[in-house]
Design a protein around this ligand. Sequence first.
Ligand SMILES: C[S@@+](CC[C@H](N)C(=O)[O-])C[C@H]1O[C@@H](n2cnc3c(N)ncnc32)[C@H](O)[C@@H]1O
Length: 467
Amino acid sequence: MSQPAPSPSLRDLRPPQHQGMRNLDKSKFGLSVPVVTARIPAGSVGAVLKHPMLRGQLVDIAKVKSVLVNPDEPEARRVLLRVSDPTQLPKQTKEYLEGIGAQFGSYNIDLDYDYWSVHDVLTSILPNLDGEDPPSSFTQTGHLAHVNLRDEWLPYKHIIGQVIVDKVSSVTTVVNKLNSIHAQFRYFDMEVIAGKDDFVVSTHESGCSFTFDFSKVYWNSRLHTEHERLLSHFTPGQVVADAMAGVGPFAVPAAKKGAYVLANDLNPESVKWMRENQARNKVEPRLRITEDDARAFIRRAPLEAWTKPFTRSEAVRNRAWEKAQRAARVQAKKEKEERESAGLPELVKEEEKEEPAAPQTIDHYVMNLPDSALEFLDAYMGSFTPLLSQPGYDRTTPLPLIHVHCFTRELEPETASADICERATGYLGHSVSPDMDDFHLHAVRRVAPNKDMYCLTFRLPEAVAYA
Ligand SMILES: C[S@@+](CC[C@H](N)C(=O)[O-])C[C@H]1O[C@@H](n2cnc3c(N)ncnc32)[C@H](O)[C@@H]1O
């Protein structure tokens, strides 16, 4: 069967063009699309719609119904066909419809501003700059959408923001990220281009909820895979030390998972919101937060974990332990019932097992400040030496894995590895190479055309730890 000639405007459905519009006039986006209707008995609608002769001939526009119901004509329905004149229907389709007594008529599908997508409206409004797509993509964090507009789009920033607020019901603020970034705390300067002046957002990641002021702390939703990846390496009961923890995307879920977490950030705003997230996610007992320079934190964390361990009264119970206890109670109940029904006497109860004491040595260090984290590796030199004089400390205890994020401009895996190892070696004061224990170099993402982000993992060498 030949393809129908669709209604001309259905072939390329887009709103009227208003290139250069600066003040949004929603009334200018109406579009009337003439189509043919086939009036058929209400009872045969199901069969007609499924009939092979109608395949590909019905109006198929998102949010537009393809069958019209008129309350004054309950016995009939009008099916919308995707042509503007019955003569444009394929011969067999037309004959089939005539054969079942269908009466052809006409109808206008009226589309308005609400119908069009962000991309449709922006394509209609914005000038065509060398065939470039309009900046209709944005990243959303909670109620806030952020765009990063190039200079040529700036005259249209408010209308771009307004269209996003109008079209995306969960967005109430749109900001344009400016190209300046806070050198130390890594958050962007931004300006509101539409909606409310409200930067405090709430979002979810790794099974936790996070609330923070987007204009004062670092947050990047694109890192969620990297957050999940490292989190998968932490097991309940391990001790994790996050030196540059931000608002807690590693620290809070790690604590929720049952790890004991020492988390630190130098930005007082990050610390404030990390505390908020600690409370919201009910992980107070397993997460300790400090506001220090990462170098000082790295150096004092081993002794702190040893001399101020997470105690049972502080940590209460970790999840794995709780689960084991629940399973033991269920099993005991089952055994008791079985003995009762067999007429056997009740067994003397065993003491409920105590939760094992929380470990006191650090298993993982996380350092996610890719711009300069490698420079902080010098802080590990001798950082475990104070433990050697602590009663009970065993020098053969495994040393922690260091997960340090960094950037490189070397885009090939081998040259990137060589570059990162060379710089890490310089700062650590000890050779860092793929021959090391637990060495792993993970490509996180391309952050710019000529810049990649990696996570380097290696086990802290004894020669450094006890230097
Ligand atoms: C790229 S952000 C990463 C935050 C968090 N780990 C994440 O994944 O979202 C780096 C963090 O390091 C913090 N920071 C910068 N310099 C620091 C320093 N000298 N000591 C401790 N934290 C620092 C910043 O405030 C920021 O929160």
